[in-house]
Write a protein that binds this ligand. Structure first.
Ligand code: ADP
Ligand code: MG
Length: 306
């Protein structure tokens, strides 16, 4: 009897235990998320940054950057370098501050009432939050593309050359040449070359987004900022934009926010995983997706939490 009970007990306790891989906070699994739990407690653990990032030449330097929307802090003491001539993806759960960080780089958050920042960001060694900075000139150095294509209600041609026109460029040949070059770079020249004078609003969503990318690069920005540029597009249009991002990165530094893990894996060279306004792990995309240092990153990129 005693033996039977014992053997039953032993048999049960040595069974491999199949645990749910879904994470529940505060000890729901025996695999603690050290970093994420510390962040949830309000701490700022040092991010895990892989040496390849530190070795790369950087175009943007973010130094102890903090941002508050009135009372709520959205960015916590972020320091990171964005490598030149590469595509860097910002990933992380909705609300973790990806767009806020991206919009801090062209100072678009200045337009939001109650925003306060501390720390600094520099673009090619010039500090962008210095009092002397002219925000209009700063924004010319950065191309920005948003979630929803936002062509202006004007012709395709005028959309693309708009940044040059507001800069005072009037020469027809210069505008025409720049327009063709940008539309070619944005992989849409062949589709629109015979209808440049037609309204950009008549194009499909995917075409409109490529025209917006052409407009964002026409003035040769130092960095192209993309905030979920495919989230309003169908899979075919998405694929075209992804191919375009890969091509464009030969000439431009690209910083892209995406909630789509496959997209980050396909288009980016470096990936930063963010959580509650902090950087958790940052390194080469292949490393983050295949052999990340942190269990949190492994679970996040494989869709097991977040
Ligand atoms: N204009 C705003 N005013 C107040 N809070 C904001 C504003 N924009 C974003 N937030 C808050 O800041 C945090 C980060 O948001 P966001 O940068 O949009 O995240 P993500 O792009 O990663 O989804 C969220 O908590 C969000 O609610
Ligand atoms: Mg966002």
């Amino acid at each position: 009897m005693t033996n039977e009970t014992d053997s039953t007990h032993t048999a049960v306790s040595t069974q491999p235990v199949i645990r749910s891989v879904a994470y529940t906070p505060n000890g729901g699994t025996d695999q603690a998320y050290e970093v994420i739990d510390a962040i949830r407690r309000g701490e700022n653990p040092l991010p895990t940054v892989h040496p390849e990032v530190l070795a790369a030449e950087s175009v943007i330097d973010i130094e102890k950057f903090n941002l508050w929307y009135t009372e709520t802090q959205a960015i916590h003491d972020i320091s990171m370098k964005i490598p030149r001539g590469a595509v860097t993806a910002l990933i992380g759960p909705s609300g973790c501050g990806k767009s806020t960080l991206l919009r801090s780089i062209n100072r678009m958050n200045d337009l939001v009432e109650g925003v306060r920042v501390e720390g600094g960001i520099s673009l090619n060694d010039s500090p962008i939050y210095a009092p002397s900075v002219d925000v209009i000139s700063l924004r010319k150095r950065l191309g920005m593309v948003f979630q929803k294509p936002n062509p202006f209600p004007m012709s395709i041609f005028e959309n693309v050359v708009y940044p040059l026109r507001i800069d005072g460029e009037r020469r027809k040949e210069v505008l025409e040449e720049a327009c063709e070059k940008s539309l070619r770079s944005a992989a849409i020249w062949d589709e629109v070359k015979d209808r440049l004078k037609k309204s950009a609003l008549g194009l499909s969503g995917g075409q409109q987004q490529r025209v917006c990318i052409a407009r964002a690069i026409v003035a040769d920005p130092e960095v192209l900022l993309l905030d979920e540029p495919c989230s309003a597009l169908d899979p075919v249009a998405t694929l075209k934009i992804e191919e375009l991002i890969s091509q464009i990165s030969e000439r431009y530094t690209v910083l892209i926010v995406t909630h789509n893990m496959q997209q980050a894996a396909r288009v980016s060279d470096f990936t930063a995983f963010m959580y509650l306004g902090r950087i958790v792990e940052y390194g080469p995309t292949a490393t983050l997706f295949q052999t990340p240092a942190l269990i949190e990153t492994e679970h996040y990129v494989s869709g097991r939490f977040g």
